[in-house]
Design a protein. Structure first.
Length: 256
């Protein structure tokens, strides 16, 4: 199997797979060496690592160059979070997707919100138009690319998040999505209802009250992301070590 086929198969296994969310080439290598079956960028972690806020503030050029280098050095499937597509026109989104595919990326995350001064949830009709165009382009051109669609009702804290999510899943399934990503969903009953609403594999993300992996598997979840949380923990620990070196006036804290 090629990397796309391996990545697609991971979404069909009985147990969910854990996606290692990277922010640079070395983090990609660490995840591969640690036995992860696939990796993907965290848009927030990647943006923050370059000194930008999340929300397409990092340039697509930087994202593409990172993708090219990661593909060169790792031997596991690699997916890229393109947020809202790094363009507000369908043609521009498709062009960006083509570039990532040509670089060797086998999956993308495409979300139904657009970041600006605040994150705006696109209408179902508007996003469905974009998704259909993307999916049709992929199909017509025989591109091997897994389109994981992120829907943000729970992330935005909407009072009607579950109802909104279920409505959107049905629309996105009919528009060519290969998988559905529901960040910030944590309630077992909500997760079960989302899983049961579609034939598509469901992706959830690390949150303080998220059930453990075995429980998520019993609910039918197929993919688990860590988002920016490992990145945040790495730099939290780095800050503590840097402070210890400065306070202790020696290097014991980073040599032991």
């Amino acid at each position: 199997m090629n990397y796309f086929e391996k990545f697609s198969q991971l979404h069909q296994n009985s147990a969910p797979f854990l996606l290692g969310n990277i922010w640079d080439v070395n983090s990609a290598r660490v995840f591969e060496a640690s036995g992860y079956k696939a990796i993907g960028t965290s848009s927030q972690a990647l943006s923050n690592s370059f000194g930008y806020e999340d929300g397409e503030r990092l340039s697509f050029y930087i994202l593409l160059q990172l993708a090219k280098r990661v593909v060169e050095v790792v031997n596991i499937p690699f997916s890229v979070d393109i947020e809202g597509g790094y363009n507000r026109k369908i043609e521009g989104i498709i062009e960006n997707i083509e570039k990532l595919h040509d670089a060797g990326v086998v999956g993308i995350n495409l979300e139904d919100t657009v970041a600006g001064a605040s994150r705006q949830l696109l209408s179902v009709t508007e996003f469905q138009k974009t998704l259909s165009a993307v999916a049709n382009h992929i199909s017509r051109n025989n591109l091997q690319l897994f389109v994981n669609v992120r829907t943000d009702g729970f992330l935005l804290g909407m009072p009607t998040a579950l109802t909104e999510t279920l409505t959107r899943i049905r629309s996105y399934e009919n528009s060519g999505a290969a998988g559905i990503f529901v960040p910030c969903i944590t309630n077992r009953d909500d997760i079960k209802e989302v899983v049961n609403s579609t034939h598509l594999p469901i992706n959830v993300m690390c949150m303080p009250s998220l059930p453990d992996f075995e429980d998520l598997g019993s609910l039918g979840v197929k993919r688990i992301s860590m988002g920016p949380f490992l990145f945040n923990k790495v730099y939290d620990n780095m800050g503590k070590l840097a402070k210890a070196v400065n306070n202790d006036k020696n290097f014991l804290s980073i040599l032991s």
